[in-house]
Design a protein around this ligand. Structure first.
Ligand SMILES: C[S@@+](CC[C@H](N)C(=O)[O-])C[C@H]1O[C@@H](n2cnc3c(N)ncnc32)[C@H](O)[C@@H]1O
Length: 390
């Protein structure tokens, strides 16, 4: 029988490029943790962890406490052979047999190209075989999530109960998911960050969104009735911002705004013709787009922006290096309320993840407290950082 779960064995999932950081973090967070790489390829690293200390914490709390492992679940078994549907089915059946009539969902990930099948086919094939053994699949609210990580030489089987399953459905695919009702994938990433960091954005009245184009984060904020100053030299997808009234303040060449000229609900104003402070425009408009990059030669835009006061949140997703994003956050901290929130992407320009994270934290530490960093499911070559204005 393959079923041989030990309560002190877990599988942790990290981005392949951050696997060393994830292992170091597991060892420092749980002093008794022994870990080894189960398998890894271009995008994913699977770490087997043995730790008695981890058994005293619910799985969702373990996941929350870790920066680099974006999922942790119980290890059921590791089958040391190429993809073998009969052994996998029998092992999952053993797992389910020990429980009172649970519904299950299988989430598969194929690691390495030469497995000869794909994740979707595995989910369907194994799911049907397990159903033939008398168990019911549920694709919406399963009692048990079963994770299959299939490499060319082994299959790791893990599971998580409904109460401590912290992730989205399709956890291995979301990073590449196409949004259905959102403006773009960035909006999904923003929502995951808001959930993960327990941010009550219903309380936000005004926010500054730097690196806003094409507008996913601005749209997410606007949906929650938060007024937004969006900063980016690129145009936003103004038609899909959930704003009744949008003001675009631009300077110089405005060819890329041509199609919005005369459109209802969108006012385009040359920056040289403005008559009011930004706070006054924010009373009138749901979204004000300053069409310039922060720190760009049109310095007047920065000065104009920095006059704002009592902003509830600053969110930064600009694709600059983390130190530059942190510098912008510090400059903008003067516009924020005490205890206002900072949500910032840490884009990883190279593999020196720890250094980028440490540098960004050090730059922020004079103006912000409560800094937390997490690799979210929707983050690709980046981490998400949350902090509170000191
Ligand atoms: C990944 S995109 C942002 C996606 C956006 N958050 C969304 O939800 O659609 C990065 C953006 O950062 C902008 N950017 C880069 N440097 C910037 C700066 N100094 N100030 C403002 N925006 C900047 C780029 O023009 C680009 O549009």
């Amino acid at each position: 029988m393959d079923g041989n779960a030990a309560a002190d064995r877990f599988l942790a999932i990290a981005d392949r490029r951050m696997i060393d950081n994830a292992i170091a973090e597991l060892r420092s967070s749980f002093v008794d943790a022994e870990s080894e790489v189960v398998c890894a390829d271009g995008s994913i690293g699977v770490i087997g962890v043995k730790s008695k200390k981890m058994t005293s914490m619910p799985i969702d709390r373990i996941s929350k406490a870790l920066t680099f492992s974006y999922m942790v679940f119980h290890e059921w078994t590791i089958i040391e052979s190429p993809y073998d549907k009969d052994r996998i089915t029998s092992s999952i059946t053993d797992l389910l047999n020990g429980r009172i009539n649970p519904t299950f969902m299988i989430e598969a990930k194929v690691v390495e190209a030469n497995v000869g099948t794909n994740a979707k086919s595995i989910e369907v094939e194994i799911g049907m075989m397990v159903e033939e053994n008398g168990f019911s699949a549920s694709l919406t609210a399963p009692d048990l999530h079963i994770f299959l990580i299939v490499s060319a030489t082994r299959t790791a089987i893990g599971y998580s109960g409904v109460l401590d399953y912290p992730g989205p459905m399709d956890p291995f695919r979301v990073a590449n998911a196409n949004p259905e009702n959102e403006l773009n994938r960035a909006e999904l990433k923003f929502r995951e960050a808001v959930d993960f960091f327990d941010i009550d954005i219903m309380k936000w009245h005004t926010a500054i969104d730097v690196g806003a184009a094409p507008g996913g984060w601005t749209a997410a904020l606007s949906r929650m009735m938060c007024r937004v100053v969006a900063v980016d030299s690129a145009v936003l997808d103004y038609d899909n911002l959930y704003a009744r009234k949008t003001l675009v303040l631009y300077s110089g060449n405005s060819d890329d705004l041509e199609k919005y000229k005369g459109k209802r609900g969108i006012d385009l104003v040359d920056f040289s013709g403005i008559t009011k402070p930004l706070s006054a425009y924010l009373e009138e408009y749901d979204v004000v787009h300053l069409k310039a990059n922060m720190g760009s030669p049109t310095k007047n835009f920065d000065d104009y922006l920095l006059q704002l006061k009592d902003v509830d949140a600053v969110v930064i997703d600009s694709n600059m290096d983390p130190e530059k994003n942190a510098e912008m956050a510090v400059r903008l901290s003067g516009t924020m309320k005490r205890n206002g929130a900072l949500l910032m992407a840490i884009k990883l320009m190279d593999n020196d993840v720890q250094k980028h994270m440490d540098d960004a934290k050090a730059a922020l530490s004079g103006s912000f407290g409560g800094i937390r960093v997490k690799k979210l499911h929707y983050n690709r070559m980046e981490l998400s950082l949350m902090a509170v204005k000191a």
